[in-house]
Design a protein around this ligand. Structure first.
Ligand code: C2E
Ligand code: CA
Ligand code: CA
Length: 762
């Protein structure tokens, strides 16, 4: 039982551990994925900050070129010219002056017309729309990259308005892209060396300068940024988003998976007058720009993996261990090591296998017990008992033939599987062994000779389909002491027993309602004092009334069951209360009344509040001290001697008398008389049953009576049926008799009538 519950709690523990592990793994994963999201965001921010740096650098460069263009315009406007041609020629010459940077070419506007430095009107539809748009704004600004068809060159155009000057109202100064789109030394190389590439591109996506590229990426000046990224990434949404950023000159970062690696594209625009003119674009491996974050993550992942692998290994180890243990346990459970015999479970498995293999054979399941096992064990100790049990095993084993088996159940009880032709065969095989066992027991102890008894279930009855049930039915037969034995001390499970099993089912399903309906009736059996020739009292005895059949069921039918299912406690309490009610009623109504004995089963008396319940009720019904005697069975005395003694002492304190019932039926010893302060002993019917044929019995009876009287105990003989018995008992000094000779147990009204008659007779 204990083992089972500890196994159960271990099972719960394992389940809880598994749940905790799953929770831990789940929360770790959540944390990791959260962390990896954070790392991704962080690396995106870093990537963005790099291109922002590059874009700012480019902005400063553009501003510097603006100033150069402006100083060219100022110089031009501050001079005198003879003619338009003179102006154009000198403008051309000045534009080559190094003070104004490496100007590629200049053009100018005058009165909405555009001219080149040869003084010719420039075909305006050839001009880049960006320049026209910028010129119209009339502020010093950069128009971005223009592809000049005339020179077949890409340049960066700056528009410089001039006020109050006759020859021109706006200069367009163009510098080579490579000069403008540059970056200063202050922009540290770290910021692009960890990239796959960093480049500037124009608003149309043309790459105008590659700041850095690693050898794996084919990014070239004059290539198109969209095409390059399309080769790398195939996420259309990201590419479209990226294009929008470049065309609008806005900033953004994108994380993409490229061949299993996390990559980041960052873009930052350079705008002029609200329009995009350039973008700085970076393409990075996330891990390289946020190395620490990814390192931490790798370490955590690694540790996590190790932990997981360890847990898994431990789990597998645990499972294997458990399985091995179970295997070991099951083989251990197969054999009772101390006895050296199959355990019950193994026996059951073996037996069912044999039975189902030999369908045509008649089998019997035989259980053999040691009579009064507990009592003998207490007397001789476990070691001697084990030796006896081992010896029994050898004897039983000796009668086994082919396809027969033996198992040890517990407490000296064995089960045998035997085959037979006729029941007589079983008797022939079992009785000699039983006789031998009794003979041999003197080898182990001289205080007892072993008595064996048994029960048999034969498979032809077909009531049980499992060996477990067959064993139970064989035990059932063995315990059916009210039926005669079939041979020796063996009983075979039969129809009557089957019927009594059915009856047991009825009893167990109806007992509660019977108690509610007051179907349990208390009968009273008078006792008579033969020494003083007067009534002595009575004993309360229960019966179960069946109103539909108008008949009574005797207690020996239902009480053993109530002891097994503990309903006896309720019933004893009920009988006691009914008795108290009767006493109270008789006192109130002035009816003749004598002391009453009630029975208390071992189960009832072992209850914690036993004495309290009886005492409380005694007070409730105002019962005089010494009026009620409580009878305990002799077997209770030797099962728990100390307990009974303390109960008796408590009962005495509370005004009860105590009696020992069925004295002499079991292993009564003089010690019971000596040690337990009883007020009465009730001698078992067995003393007088055979008409005192045995001289020896008489001697014992006589000495018990005189010993009890010496100890001031009342001696009552039960089951007295004849005048002859009364005479003899009187001679032996027995004071009180109870039995049919005087009165049968009577229903309450009959008993009251009986007492009144008695009185009249006196
Ligand atoms: P017991 O206490 O030994 O009761 C005496 C039994 O002997 C009674 O059987 C009674 O009817 C029977 N008896 C009395 N005089 C004679 C006689 O001259 N000859 C024969 N052959 N038998 C006689 P009963 O009423 O069947 O009770 C059987 C047992 O049931 C009782 O044995 C007692 O141990 C138990 N019992 C009865 N009522 C109760 C109860 O309320 N509580 C408990 N715990 N046990 C009870
Ligand atoms: Ca009794
Ligand atoms: Ca008795």
């Amino acid at each position: 039982m204990k083992k089972k519950s500890s196994g159960k709690s271990r099972g719960y523990f394992l389940i809880i551990m598994c749940l905790v592990c799953v929770l831990m793994i789940g929360s770790s994963f959540a944390m990791l994925s959260n962390y990896s999201g954070t790392i991704e965001r962080e690396s995106g921010e870093v990537a963005l900050s790099f291109v922002e740096g590059a874009a700012n650098n480019l902005k400063s460069s553009i501003d510097a070129f603006k100033m150069k263009a402006k100083s060219l315009a100022d110089t031009v406007a501050g001079m005198e010219y003879e003619s338009d041609i003179d102006f154009a020629t000198r403008l051309h010459r000045l534009s080559k002056d190094e003070r104004f940077g490496d100007v590629m070419f200049v053009r100018f506007f005058n009165n909405d017309k555009e001219y080149d430095v040869s003084g010719q009107v420039f075909e305006s539809e050839m001009e880049a729309p960006a320049v026209k748009k910028t010129a119209e704004l009339r502020t010093l600004s950069c128009a971005g990259v223009i592809a000049d068809r005339q020179y077949n060159l890409s340049t960066v155009a700056f528009c410089v308005p001039i006020d109050g000057f006759d020859y021109a109202d706006m200069l367009v100064v163009c510098y080579p892209v490579t000069s403008v789109v540059t970056y200063s030394a202050s922009y540290t190389t770290e910021n692009y060396e960890n990239s796959r590439f960093v480049a500037f591109c124009a608003a149309q996506g043309e790459i105008v300068r590659v700041l850095y590229r690693d050898e794996n990426v084919d990014v070239q000046q004059h290539g198109n940024i969209y095409e390059i990224l399309r080769n790398e990434i195939n996420d259309k949404n990201i590419l479209d988003g990226f294009r929008v950023n470049v065309e609008a000159g806005t900033s953004e970062k994108y994380t993409v998976d490229v061949a299993g690696d996390k990559c980041i594209i960052s873009v930052c625009g350079v705008r002029e007058n609200g329009n995009a003119i350039f973008s700085a674009v970076g393409y990075y491996m996330a891990e390289e720009i946020y190395k620490t974050g990814y390192d931490v993550m790798r370490v955590i992942l690694g540790e996590f993996f190790v932990f997981f692998a360890l847990a898994l290994a431990l789990g597998i180890y645990g499972i294997i261990e458990r399985r091995n243990n179970r295997k070991l346990l099951s083989t251990m459970n197969d054999v009772n090591k101390a006895v050296g015999c199959y355990s019950r479970s193994k026996f059951e498995r073996v037996a069912i296998e044999i039975i189902s293999r030999n369908k045509a054979t008649s089998f019997a399941i035989v259980v053999i017990d040691i009579n009064h096992y507990d009592y003998i064990l207490e007397q001789i100790g476990t070691e001697t008992m084990l030796n006896i049990v081992r010896h029994l095993k050898v004897l039983y084993n000796g009668i086994l033939g082919l396809d027969e088996s033996l198992g040890y159940i517990e407490n000296g009880r064995f089960a045998l599987l035997l085959h037979y032709r006729q029941v007589g065969d079983l008797a022939d095989r079992l009785l000699p062994v039983v006789a031998l066992a009794t003979q041999h027991s003197s080898q182990f102890t001289d205080s007892f000779s072993l008595v064996l008894q048994g029960g048999i279930y034969t498979t032809d009855r077909k009531i049980a389909d499992t060996v477990t049930k067959m064993i139970d039915l064989a035990i059932n037969a063995e315990n059916a002491t009210k039926f005669p034995c079939d041979f020796g001390s063996f009983r075979i499970y039969n129809e009557t027993l089957y019927a009594s099993n059915i009856q047991n089912d009825y009893i167990e399903t109806h007992m509660e309602s019977a108690l509610q309906n007051h179907d349990f009736k208390v009968f009273y059996q008078a006792k008579y004092n033969i020494a003083e020739d007067r009534p002595d009292g009575c004993e309360a005895l229960v019966r179960w009334y069946n109103p539909s059949r108008d008949e009574y069921m005797q207690p020996d039918v239902f009480l053993p069951l109530f002891e097994a299912n503990r309903f006896i406690i309720k019933l004893d309490h009920y009988v006691f209360e009914q008795t108290c009610l009767y006493i109270q009623d008789a006192v109130i109504n002035g009816l003749p009344l004598y002391p009453i004995s009630v029975n208390a089963s071992r189960i009832t008396a072992s209850e914690k509040d036993f004495v309290k319940f009886y005492t409380d009720m005694k007070h409730q019904y105002n019962i005089a001290d010494g009026f009620i005697t409580i009878e305990f069975t002799e077997s209770f005395a030797y099962e728990d001697y100390d307990m009974l003694r303390s109960i008796v002492n408590e009962l005495h304190k509370n005004g009860f008398k105590c009696s020992i019932d069925d004295f002499g039926s079991g292993f009564s010893s003089y010690n019971i008389l000596k040690e337990l302060p009883m007020d009465e002993i009730k001698l078992d019917r067995f003393f007088i049953k055979d008409g005192y044929s045995h001289d020896r019995d008489m001697k014992i009876l006589s000495s018990i009576i005189s010993l009890a009287r010496d100890l001031h105990m009342k001696v009552t003989q039960e089951g007295v049926e004849t005048q002859e018995q009364v005479d003899l008992l009187r001679k032996l000094g027995c004071q009180v008799v109870q039995g049919y000779y005087y009165s049968k147990p009577l229903a309450l009204t009959d008993y009251i009538g009986f007492l009144s008659n008695e009185k009249k007779l006196k």
